[in-house]
Design a protein around this ligand. Sequence first.
Ligand SMILES: Cc1ncc(C[n+]2csc(CCOP(=O)(O)OP(=O)(O)O)c2C)c(N)n1
Length: 680
Amino acid sequence: MSTTNDKTGAPARRDLANAIRALAMDAVQQANSGHPGMPMGMADIAEVLWNDFLRHNPANPGWTNRDRFVLSNGHGSMLLYAVLHLTGYPLSMDDLRHFRQLGSPTAGHPERSLAHGIETTTGPLGQGLANAVGMALAEKVLAAHFNQPGFPVVDHHTYVFLGDGCLMEGISHEACSLAGTLRLGKLICFYDHNGISIDGHVEGWFADDTAARFRAYGWQVIADVDGHDPQAIRAAVLAARQNTEAPTLICCRTIIGFGAPNLQGTEATHGSPLGAAEVAAARERLGWSAPPFVIPEPIRAGWDARDRGERQEAEWRDLCARYAAAHPELAREFGRRMRGELPASWAATAADALARAAADQSAKASRKASLDVLNVIGPALPELIGGSADLTGSNLTLHAASVPITAASAAGNYIHYGVREFGMSAMLNGLNLHGGFIAYGGTFLVFSDYARNALRMAALMKLGSIFVLTHDSIGLGEDGPTHQPVEHVASLQLIPNMRVWRPCDTAETAVAWCDAVERRDGPTSLVLSRQNLPAQPRSAGQLAAIRRGGYVLRDAANPDIILMASGSEVALAMAAAEQLAAAGCRARVVSMPCVPLFAAQDAAWQEAVLPAAVTRRIAIEAGVPDLWQRFVGPAGRVLGMHSFGESAPAKALFEHFGLTADHVLRLARELGAVAAASGK
Ligand SMILES: Cc1ncc(C[n+]2csc(CCOP(=O)(O)OP(=O)(O)O)c2C)c(N)n1
């Protein structure tokens, strides 16, 4: 390599950084696809952060007290893969050679894989940053829950790389504004201020005074740092760590594609291979003589973090052992929380919540039923951390044991997120990614659109985030069509691995909550009503069957017709079944609070609930009809919404849109169910 910079003969810092540049150029070239510019531009920053500051153990990527590192500008994934490989994570050179290939852990954008040291899935710009805000908040709250004088068992930083794109995205405002307000002092972000995005030089579309913007949020800003000067970067990180009262943004001036002699500083390096000639020229310019995918031994040794990581973790384990001796109960609880195990009492808590819900025969909004359940499970689940995007009184997310988290006190379990649905949802994901928490947050169902990509990312990452989505339909009434979801339940169902519950009463709401808490490999959307819903009578067997997602709520031997519904429309189906019975028609009512769960049941259950022989079927939902078609079949009908709602009292709206028992009766007659019954 070109130089050594000290008497020890250790490689110069620039040479260490060039290992990232070479790997990025070569992997992108090999894949003929990818983004070399950012890794080449941020390589010097990564070298300083990873070699001088980051506390992590490549042999145990999931070490509880590791620093978290988030690559929010995820298109620069090769930077992350390179440093993980170089520092000693189980990410092999072969994996780097297979960048962007099927089955390789080196996907186009980083995909969460703790085994490889990838903390979160990034790529949708800005969202990694918001995840990181959630992680930094998790650290602060956990520290408040568990640290004792002389025992800082929770004590780590959260570092983020981000670019112009992340800062242009609105979610960066939501998350960073709250991070400043909550004084997340151990969050340290590096802004890759290279002046370039895909369309070229950003002045024409991004001329903010970013430093002033972040100072206004209450951040410490270290402006104008030369992102290619290790000493300047080091000094900035030291200053960032000094300030524990405010998050820090380090604005680093960098050159995108640094080292590519003809293309650096231009958008040409952003997202395409440099080409063989330019790669060769860059090697020359950088003084990097090793062939592709070869790391000279001194460079490899300069990066290897395994010994340091083992030592750091061992020190922490020693601290934990002393903590366990001094505070045995806290230590046990800390271990449980970080392993993600529910308390031993959970089964009893869940049974209690369900028993109370089943005994409650009062008519109740399911959002209120949800609060009742939270009042039972909340005090028994210290890992449950809630919040709302400024709709606490509407979402009913604040339970009796909720304690708000403030800038001054992190020893709570409730976050007033403010009007920031997307930021909140991505922060929920960050809280869940960090570990130690089961995070939920509320907003109106209709605003799940604002948050949608974070819900999608929760599903993609298999996170147990819980989204409390109230005001589920035209049933919210007077606020009108801007607030009345029509397509949202169906559209959430379309997200793979998203479990949507739309309970019809208190008992189903209790089951939905318990299922959401227990489900740790995917998110749940709890869709809840504003208006009161009557309690439905159930046998013990029916109560147990709620967990199947779809079950017979009102039976009739040899049914002439099946009515099926979810949420508020179950009561309507029950009323219609009564009226049909009066006309001699035997109607079965199927409650379907969780379609994906029902769809996952075995064929025998599905046949028992929806016998193929009964082809007269009507589904009722105050939403778009499309997704019910699969259950009603070609001969069935769906009574749903075909337009946006209107502003009026709920009762008037159900009538206006034909969501009535009379209408169900009419359809049943059209299907011949009543005639068939009288012919028996
Ligand atoms: C939400 C979102 N919108 C659009 C994109 C597509 N995209 C990827 S990188 C990029 C430009 C980012 O510019 P910058 O952050 O300055 O990255 P750099 O060019 O410095 O690598 C865009 C628009 C994306 N990944 N995520």
